[in-house]
Design a protein around this ligand. Structure first.
Ligand code: KIV
Ligand code: NA
Length: 270
């Protein structure tokens, strides 16, 4: 890609070449993805994968702003989407607008993402009618683990109808895409065929219009646990451990720093 897509461009990819996306939280990782991903999400997963929090419930607006600004500096050819953190939007459409506007102004994001289906439809309509593009997120919504009862597969059996209704409601409310997290393949396929906006799957099969993964999961940097839907494309955590151990050995053996890392008295080098 040569220029960053807009939400309308993502919408236009419905049914076409699958939409590529990952999360990022830092400038250098954003630079790696720039122009490769259609959009980059600063997910509230940042709380768990970078800050060691037990869930996403403790993530704050301040964290989303700081990481959003860092990622924005690394992107010129991918769209930036920033997650709205828990308790920043659920209370009312007005609360959601105020905080979404702060996130967009402070980070330069092209859109915000928020969790919830039918229950958030009014809020999604309120934001989109006022200039804030919204990506919805349904199925497993980690900000609701306490009411969902854990990180379980969503939409199996009878509850599939509710999830279909959620997908239709967010599309009708004006969301330009919807993340489907941890839902059975058959339901993801049905939702993808029945709603007019792109579905972005995570644990929702290749039937979706696009995919997203948490970058630290796919690079093997976050290893506290691995969801079934995660594929590890690299093992950077293991590589980092090897490097740190080698450094420790060399420091103790006075093998590092070597002659090439040391400054002499008289030469003109700096
Ligand atoms: O916070 C996050 O990383 C997300 C994606 C997994 C969709 O919401
Ligand atoms: Na999230």
């Amino acid at each position: 890609r040569k220029t960053a897509p807009m939400p309308m461009d993502i919408l236009g990819q419905k049914g076409g070449t699958p939409i590529v996306s990952l999360t990022a939280y830092t400038t250098p990782m954003a630079e790696v993805m720039d122009g490769v991903c259609d959009f980059v999400l600063v997910g509230d997963s940042v709380g768990m994968v970078l800050h060691g929090l037990a869930s996403t419930l403790d993530v704050t607006m301040e964290m989303m702003i700081l990481h959003g600004q860092a990622v924005r500096r690394g992107l010129s050819r991918s769209m930036l989407v920033v997650d709205m953190p828990f308790s920043s939007y659920e209370q009312s459409p007005e609360q959601a607008f105020a905080n979404a506007a702060i996130l967009m102004r402070e980070t330069g994001a092209g859109a915000v993402k928020l969790e919830g289906g039918q229950v958030m439809a009014e809020t999604i309509a309120f934001l989109t009618q006022r200039g804030i593009p919204v990506m919805a997120h349904i199925g497993l919504t980690p900000q609701s683990i306490h009411t969902l009862g854990g990180y379980k597969v969503q939409g199996r059996g009878d509850t599939g109808d509710q999830l279909m209704a959620d997908a239709k409601a967010v599309a009708e409310a004006g969301a330009f895409a919807v993340v489907l997290e941890k839902v059975p393949e058959s339901l993801a396929d049905q939702i993808t065929r029945d709603v007019p906006i792109p579905t972005i799957g995570i644990g929702a099969s290749a039937k979706c219009d696009g995919q997203i993964l948490v970058v630290d999961d796919m690079l093997g940097l976050f290893t506290a646990f691995k969801a079934k839907f995660v594929k590890r494309y690299a093992y950077l955590g293991d590589e980092a451990k090897v490097a740190v151990l080698a450094y420790a050995d060399e420091v103790k053996a006075r093998a590092f720093p070597g002659p090439e890392h040391v400054f002499a008295d008289q030469v003109s080098e700096t």
